[in-house]
Design a protein around this ligand. Sequence first.
Ligand code: SF4
Length: 366
Amino acid sequence: MYPKIKRRVTRKVWVGKISVGGDSPIRVQSMTNTPTADLNATLSQIQKLFEAGCEIVRVAVPDEKSAKALKDLVKESPIPVIADLHFATLLGEKAVKAGCAGIRINPGTFKNKANLERLLKICKDYNCCVRIGINAGSLEPEILKKYKVPSYKAMVESALRWVEYVVETVDYHNLKVSLKSSNWWETIKAYQAFSKKSDFPLHVGVTEAGGLIPGTIKNTMAISYLLLKGIGDTLRVSLTADPVEEVYVAYEILKNLGLRTLYPEVIACPTCGRCEIDLFSLYQKVEAWTKRIKANLKLAVMGCVVNGPGEAKMADIGIAGGKGVGVIFREGKIIKKVPETQLLEEFFKEVETFLKEHPERLINPQ
Ligand code: SF4
């Protein structure tokens, strides 16, 4: 059972071959953290992100060297590349001409309006998607003067002003918007207020959210809340961690909301005094293995034979530990008892057999 979510109706825009908004699936994106000018390192990270299910990748373009690398990067990348820009619009022009499918601009950092207008016109010529990325930490001075603090209202006004500016000045509509703060509640309020006034697709997430555990929690609170309200067309879970983790967390959020599935769900018991097997290690191995399978599948890793299968009735296939042995169960019924040493190997075989019998469970990323 999943919550019934009515998605907000938004325009469909395109980041290269990937649609965002409208009836598109909620897109998962991330950002590389290698120096963009280091082509091999950046491409290798993009490849890992792609394999994990990332659909759009953003790279920082802080200097000429990075801008120069973009042409090859775009050519070799399996997914659309977005250039992340601050301050300099000339680098932006180079990024668009290098074939980037999108640019992310933070208008608060763009002081020269004539240059910005020129960049936007080039984006229009190349149909390069523009994300207006409002960040609470870098709002334009007029807005800050009016609101005194970078509140959600200040962020919304800034976003609406910039959307209007692009639409009216350049008559360009291949846009999406983000309104990020490091405070998850402020972030929610900003997206909710903006979504009442505009139908441009929204890129949701919490900025500067922190490491794997605190960052996952902050992002999940904001992103889940928004998605439950139908708000959000693409997401980035920003973490101070390997960007591949951002993709895994994004899919966990989407899966738990019943919005998108890419990886199997692994149900696992917390263990208790009845457990006589090294369940933590078993779980880690199963979890790592599932990262290679893209399927709609529920697996279970349970600590004991007595309660395990019963507790994990909803699982398609599961294992439960015992003393020196383990059992494999399917849909709550024990089908095999094997020595502990062979438990994992037999379990993986059963999962593969199950998938052969149910090929409809395999997922081809869209
Ligand atoms: S499945 Fe067994 S070991 Fe795990 S929590 Fe339940 S009773 Fe304890």
